[in-house]
Design a protein around this ligand. Structure first.
Ligand SMILES: *[C@@H]1O[C@H](CO)[C@@H](O)[C@H](O)[C@H]1NC(C)=O
Ligand SMILES: *[C@@H]1O[C@H](CO)[C@@H](O)[C@H](O)[C@H]1NC(C)=O
Ligand SMILES: *[C@@H]1O[C@H](CO)[C@@H](O)[C@H](O)[C@H]1NC(C)=O
Ligand SMILES: *[C@@H]1O[C@H](CO)[C@@H](O)[C@H](O)[C@H]1NC(C)=O
Ligand SMILES: *[C@@H]1O[C@H](CO)[C@@H](O)[C@H](O)[C@H]1NC(C)=O
Length: 307
């Protein structure tokens, strides 16, 4: 009986906090007064939590999870699904119009995609992905954010659900040898000069998600339960981080840190827009192969075949 009363008191005292996320905190990446080091104290309720993102994915520690079957991507090939690109003062965000959904991949139901956004460092010389892979930080990271289709786009309801969001993380690797590739990234970055200042936005046309994610085997991925990587850091995200990176030419990656600013034309460039890695709470992976067969295995196979 005392236990039940104890539980009731705990539940009653936690419930009011759920909707009191501090949106008035003017968080940032560039200044010590509001950067990620301050979030855990300014938005303690979530940002100081125990299933925070991003994390370092340790490939050898991740366990195989048979639930992580293939995804079904709907309208990722649509060239009209991406509608508007905007400078939010903290990221470059692309609005995904209606009709883009993901299901499968161990998700409990279909999720509707709403936006993609990007994280970067300071040109290709200073990497800025959010997730790191075996300690390696990549030049950039592209996120696709979706919410449970049954929540009908209601962010309050999605944030209060521990699996309300499905976030996809695609690491971006630099291609030093080419310029202007892939074509979809050339088109995407061609809009940056029109959104160099905060709150500027412009219509996008002719790019599909499939084209932006070109070259990635989307059957190979890691899964963990985490949070939004920006305040209010809600612990409501089923994370999928794909093993293979999208490969993008150096000149295109460099445009992010040298074109868009955090405010108007006299403000600093948007740079190093990532949160540091948080404590890992358990990562699983899909079937793969997640690692390339070693040369030794190849020799054994060859020997068997020859005999
Ligand atoms: C929200 O953050 C602002 C800015 O840091 C702070 O002044 C305010 O007291 C906070 N409000 C709550 C309810 O925590
Ligand atoms: C796979 O899904 C089942 C049923 O939802 C669940 O009980 C089990 O814990 C899941 N396995 C993993 C490794 O997540
Ligand atoms: C970014 O790189 C440029 C050019 O190398 C340098 O001048 C600048 O100080 C760097 N900025 C940050 C925030 O690291
Ligand atoms: C979201 O759902 C909550 C709870 O059902 C409701 O109070 C709120 O009005 C909804 N918000 C929108 C924008 O529909
Ligand atoms: C740019 O922003 C700064 C800081 O907010 C402000 O002081 C300045 O007046 C702005 N300049 C223009 C041209 O809007």
């Amino acid at each position: 009986m005392m236990n039940l009363i104890g539980i009731a008191i705990v539940v009653l005292s936690i419930t009011p906090l759920v909707h009191s996320s501090n949106n008035s905190f003017a968080w940032c990446y560039h200044d010590a007064s509001c950067n990620a080091a301050t979030w855990a104290t300014q938005v303690a309720q979530h940002c100081a939590g125990s299933r925070q993102s991003p994390i370092d994915i340790m490939s050898k520690k991740a366990k195989y999870n048979a639930n992580l079957t293939s995804f079904k991507f709907t309208n990722f090939d649509s060239k009209t699904a991406l509608t508007t690109i905007m400078n939010t003062g903290r990221t470059v965000k692309v609005v995904i119009g209606s009709g883009v959904t993901v299901s499968g991949g161990g998700l409990s139901e279909a999720y509707t995609s709403h936006q993609l956004n990007l994280h970067w460092g300071n040109g290709t010389s200073v990497p800025g992905s959010e997730h790191t892979m075996d300690g390696k930080r990549y030049p950039m990271e592209l996120h696709i954010l979706s919410t449970k289709s049954s929540h009908k786009g209601n962010m309050t309801v999605s944030m209060a659900d521990s699996k309300g969001f499905a976030a996809f993380g695609f690491l971006v690797q630099v291609d030093e040898k080419t310029t202007g590739k892939p074509m979809a990234w050339k088109t995407l970055t061609s809009y940056l000069s029109q959104i160099s200042q905060k709150d500027q936005s412009v219509s996008v046309s002719g790019i599909s998600l499939d084209e932006l994610l070109t070259g990635v085997n989307r059957k190979r991925f890691y899964r963990y339960m985490g949070s939004l990587t920006t305040p209010t850091c809600d612990e409501a995200v089923v994370w999928t981080v794909f093993k293979e990176p999208v490969v993008v030419s150096k000149d295109l990656i460099n445009l992010f840190a040298s074109t868009v600013r955090i405010g108007n034309g006299t403000s600093v460039y948007m740079r190093n827009t990532y949160r540091s890695v948080q404590a890992e709470q358990g990562v699983t992976h899909s079937s793969g192969p997640m690692t390339r067969p070693t040369f030794g295995l190849f020799l054994i196979a060859l020997a068997l075949w020859m005999s």
